[in-house]
Write a protein that binds this ligand. Structure first.
Ligand code: NAD
Length: 256
């Protein structure tokens, strides 16, 4: 049995990925997120699929809480084989009005937490000569959009971090890859649809079709199941030669 730690896994993409891992019945899952019903969500998946679970509400902005989550996970399951850095937030604003505290929170949650957690699991992965680190970046890890300066910086940053760990992990069978999704319909995006509808005086449907999916050739939201299946592939024993990559799953956005 392997153990996967997925940050931000009590909502959206992280929860979708946790489902795909649970379905295989080959992973204990360490859940994390700030949702108040996080423990319940984790318990339900554990019961439904018969897999070991743990839940931690460690805050991505608090390094000591992140280290404790890793220590607790190792105490419970013996090791962490796969780390999925997924927790993330967004804020949309022109640069001149971009609040300083939002910039710092976005860089802290979307980028720096991955540094602390990768560092915390690294020693064990190196000793066991097996580790898989998967960073949920974004299409915005590869291209920019206006008004998302902090988010785009954090996601480009994590793509660079991914490449570095790919190189450092190579002698120890530790791989590190980034998945770069286009738009996925999660609470993070639902909020953007509502905000943009207000800002542009458009209906939610118009925002989706005229603003959000404008740059995707495939005019569909990316299903979380596809991201979960890709994460499973990257986590597998056989994927040792896939490392340092940033894989777009963005309906052709980055093909242009
Ligand atoms: P979401 O809002 O549904 O989930 C985010 C999760 O992160 C939640 O569980 C939340 O509690 C957790 N989180 C936020 N701040 C935290 C903190 N300080 N400490 C601990 N946990 C915290 O969002 P989502 O759409 O599922 O996004 C997940 C990841 O996917 C993010 O990194 C996001 O940037 C990325 N992404 C999303 C999309 C999309 O279209 N939804 C596209 C590309 C990339």
């Amino acid at each position: 049995m392997k153990t996967v730690l997925i940050t931000g896994s009590t909502s959206g993409i992280g929860l979708g990925i946790a489902h795909e891992f649970a379905k295989t019945k080959q992973y204990n899952i360490i859940f994390n997120g700030l949702e108040t019903n996080g423990q319940e969500i984790a318990d339900e998946i554990g019961k439904e699929f018969g897999v070991g679970i743990m839940y931690s509400n460690a805050n991505m902005l608090k390094p000591e809480e992140l280290r404790k989550m890793v220590d607790d996970g190792i105490a419970k399951f013996g090791k962490i084989d796969v780390l999925i850095n997924n927790a993330g937030i967004q804020h949309v604003s022109p640069i001149e009005d971009f609040p300083d505290d939002k910039w710092n929170a976005i860089i802290g949650i979307n980028l720096t937490s991955a540094f602390y957690l990768s560092k915390a699991v690294w020693k064990g992965m190196k000793e066991r000569k097996f580790g898989r680190i998967i960073n949920i970046a974004s299409a915005h890890g590869l291209v920019a959009s206006e008004f998302k300066s902090a988010y785009v910086a954090s996601k480009h940053g994590i793509v660079g971090f991914t490449k570095t760990l790919g190189l450092e992990g190579a002698p120890f069978n530790i791989t590190c890859n980034a998945i770069c999704p286009g738009y996925v319909k999660t609470p993070l995006v639902e909020k953007q649809i509502a905000d943009q509808a207000k800002a542009h005086n458009m209906s939610p449907d118009e925002v989706v079709n005229k603003v959000m999916l404008l740059k995707q050739a495939v005019k569909e939201f990316v299903p979380v199941e596809v991201l979960g299946q890709l994460a499973l592939l990257l986590a597998s024993e056989g994927s040792s030669t896939i490392t340092g990559t940033a894989i777009p799953v963005d309906g052709g956005w980055n093909a242009q």
